[in-house]
Design a protein around this ligand. Structure first.
Ligand code: ADP
Ligand code: MG
Length: 695
């Protein structure tokens, strides 16, 4: 190591290590993302095998053992099955045969007399002690480092093709990392506040890093993992905390709005066919209260499917409109945008309805130009639309509030694009996929969380059941019964990506059969994303009006669609949907006062689909299901943050390690000051995660 090198030891490139030349350095950086010594220390084992040497005085059949032994000779035995027998002697002098039935031609070349082996496996007794298909490694007894591979719990490292070519297989990594963790030069400086470490009973960082690679026993490994998990969670919480502080410090100044008496809102309350719930009123008050300030605000309004978020958003929108500000409502699908448009025009009085506009991808050129004009000159006050609202040519005169429905369907960048269309407008993102409690670390993040905890009263629980193909006749019979009683029914086919031709075929074929053979006497219609939007609109309207009784459809109706008279939801090939999707689909029924049903049709029996289907059948609680979903799929997927990478935790898991996460979160508030090297670590580790919920 060069004397003039003032880089702290862990920050130095891996090339400072003995045995790492340019080729290895390149492979490490490119294939394993390991550029510095520190990266190497954070290259954690994939798993471990226990090679703690067994007590050789107790060699009995049936025991799992790890032994050192010397090869005496080996031979191929030809019987019913040819086998390779390697005869050895253990350190205590007992005979031991190693036996292989597979790969014998290759294996026989690996052994020679006097070789020293470490072998692991189950002892058996057959004309003496033997192990069949042992796990083995040959070691050089002269080599001190050889013991890196035996006599303890051995780490197994992930590797790749180029790494392997450079002799960095699991074994190669073991040697490399063992050299670092044993070298006093490479002491890992503490990065956690000492008091937090003491409170949580954590190991010193150097020890934790050594023990996660080379634990002497399981307890040591657990302790090391706990310390390093806490470290991740602490850094993550710290990042979120600083983001929140930054938000407050640099929040964009705006002229505070004066929300006075809002006549349209009062009129709305009188016009609604129901009473707003306490929860809804509270959410409206809370959001409006905060929006009077000098800084723009952003909220995440979360409430389970059917909790009545739309009317909350509308109530708030009316207050903005009263001050002359424009409001944009962004929906992920055209079906949903149209529904919002219809609902809003029904809820609004005449005056309000004339200032409502809808913009989607299917507007013809001329009408689009007229609409753009009305948006730009401010005569359209409330603008509902799909992604087409995001386009450059859509300009507002005075955009005060952006509402984003089903926010997980939009990317972070899209939200930001929408907000750029005004001078620091406030924003409300709505979601029915609740953020599980652990992630309510978002108290830190840049969205303020407002939750509708209860659904409107009087809703009956939805009866969810699972059926196999063999019960199809019974299923059709009960659909027939409900529809004859005046109810409506959805039958949903999986068509997750609109491009799946064969899926579309399945839905279309099913439609033909259902309408012609099974329910020829009912009005059955087909709705999928590939229909022209005018056709979609007609079908949706017919269904809403009750003229279509059975709607055969795809996940286009997954989000938002609201037809209270529909009480039966049949989901075909239910195993192909995720938990949150199934819950959303089920949320299309149970919206009125009639008893509702959700039928999950599936013959699949994989463990994974079993877990998902039974979770959905067993609970109607969106919060609970979100946690299950998050456990099965990981939080990034759930929050639609796949591309944005919810920070790459290597060890911690926000669901399983919830208590530790909460502890870290509390500690951060107490010790919020981060020295530069800690900030640097955060930057490197969570670089992409920084955009969790940006404004
Ligand atoms: P979501 O939160 O899933 O978007 P919606 O806003 O679509 O739910 O509301 C679901 C249904 O509940 C709608 O038909 C709506 O009119 C109705 N609704 C909303 N608030 C109430 C309430 N306080 N009492 C009764 N029904 C309500
Ligand atoms: Mg909704």
């Amino acid at each position: 190591m060069a004397a003039a090198d003032h880089t702290p030891p862990l920050k130095r490139p891996v090339s400072v290590l003995k045995g790492v030349g340019p080729a290895r350095e390149k492979a490490l950086t490119e294939e394993a993302g390991v550029a510095s010594v520190e990266d190497l220390l954070y290259y954690f084992p994939r798993r471990y095998i226990d090679r703690t040497l067994s007590d050789t005085t107790l060699l009995q059949a049936g025991r799992e053992v790890t032994l050192i032994c010397h090869v005496q000779n080996h031979y191929l035995a030809h019987g019913k099955r040819s086998r390779l027998v390697v005869q050895c002697r253990t350190l205590s002098g007992e005979g031991l045969s190693l036996v292989w039935f597979r790969g014998v031609q290759y294996l026989r070349k690996l052994f020679e007399p006097d070789q020293t082996l470490v072998v692991s496996g189950r002892l058996e007794y057959y004309q003496g002690l033997q192990i069949i298909h042992p796990d083995f490694e040959s070691i050089d007894p002269e080599d001190e480092q050889a013991l890196v591979h035996v006599g303890r719990i051995i780490p197994l490292y992930p590797s790749g093709e180029t790494l392997k070519k450079n002799h960095l297989d699991s074994r190669g990594f073991r040697r490399l990392i063992a050299a670092v963790v044993e070298d006093p030069e490479f002491v890992a400086p503490e990065i956690l506040p000492p008091r937090a470490g003491a409170r949580q009973n954590l190991l010193p960082r150097t020890n934790a890093l050594r023990n996660i690679h080379y634990p002497e026993n399981q307890a040591q490994l657990d302790e090391a993992r706990r310390t390093l998990k806490y470290e991740e969670l602490f850094l993550f919480s710290l990042m979120m905390y600083h983001k929140a502080l930054a938000r407050e410090r640099y929040a964009r100044e705006i002229t505070p709005l004066e929300f006075g008496r809002c006549r349209e809102y009062e009129a709305l309350l009188g016009r609604l066919p129901f009473q707003m719930t306490e929860e809804q009123l509270r959410a409206i008050r809370e959001i409006l209260g905060l929006c009077r300030g000098k800084h723009s605000e952003a909220f995440l309004l979360q409430g389970d499917v059917g909790s009545g978020k739309t009317v909350v958003a509308l109530a708030i929108a009316l207050h903005y409109m009263e001050t002359g500000a424009q409001v944009a409502l962004l929906a992920p699908t055209e079906v949903l945008a149209r529904q919002h448009y219809n609902t809003l025009s029904n809820m609004l009085g005449f005056e309000g309805a004339t200032r409502l506009e809808i913009l989607t991808g299917s507007d013809k050129k001329k009408s689009r130009a007229e609409k753009l004009e009305r948006i730009q000159d401010g005569s359209a006050l409330l603008v509902v639309g799909t992604h087409s609202l995001l386009e450059d040519e859509v300009a507002f005169q005075r955009l005060g509030l952006v509402i984003i429905d089903e926010q997980h369907r939009f990317g972070v960048g899209q939200r930001e694009t929408m907000r750029q269309k005004g001078v620091n407008p406030d924003a409300i993102a709505m979601t029915a996929t609740p953020i599980p409690r652990t992630l309510c670390l978002t108290e830190f993040a840049d969205l303020r969380l407002v939750t509708l905890r209860e659904k409107p009263a009087g809703r009956k629980p939805i009866q969810t059941m699972r059926l196999g193909e063999d019960r199809r006749a019974a299923l059709y019979k009960s659909i027939r019964k409900r529809v004859s009683e005046g109810r409506q029914c959805y039958i949903v086919y999986p068509l997750i990506a609109e491009s799946e031709k064969s899926d579309l075929r399945a839905a279309t074929d099913a439609f033909t059969e259902l309408s012609q053979t099974v329910f020829p006497d009912f009005r059955v219609a087909l709705l999928h994303g590939r229909l022209k939007s005018a056709e979609k609109e007609i079908v949706m309207n017919e269904f809403r009006q009750g003229r279509v009784q059975i709607l055969v459809t795809t996940s286009v109706i997954e989000v938002g669609v609201d037809v209270p008279n529909a009480t039966v939801m049949v989901i075909e090939h239910a195993e192909r949907f995720g938990i949150s999707q199934l819950h959303q689909l089920r949320g299309r029924v149970g919206r009125g006062s009639e008893e509702s049903f959700c039928v999950l049709v599936s013959d699949a029996d994989s463990e994974d689909s079993e877990e998902r289907l039974s979770a959905v059948a067993g609970s109607e609680d969106g919060f609970h299901l979100a946690e299950v979903d998050m456990r099965l799929r990981g939080p990034g997927e759930l929050l639609g943050l796949r591309q944005h990478g919810l920070p790459g935790f290597k060890l911690a898991d926000l669901v399983h390690d919830r208590e530790l996460a909460e502890a870290a979160y509390r500690d951060v508030r107490e010790f919020p000051d981060a020295p530069p090297e800690v900030r640097e670590m955060i930057r490197r580790r969570f670089e992409q995660g920084i955009v969790i919920f940006p404004n």
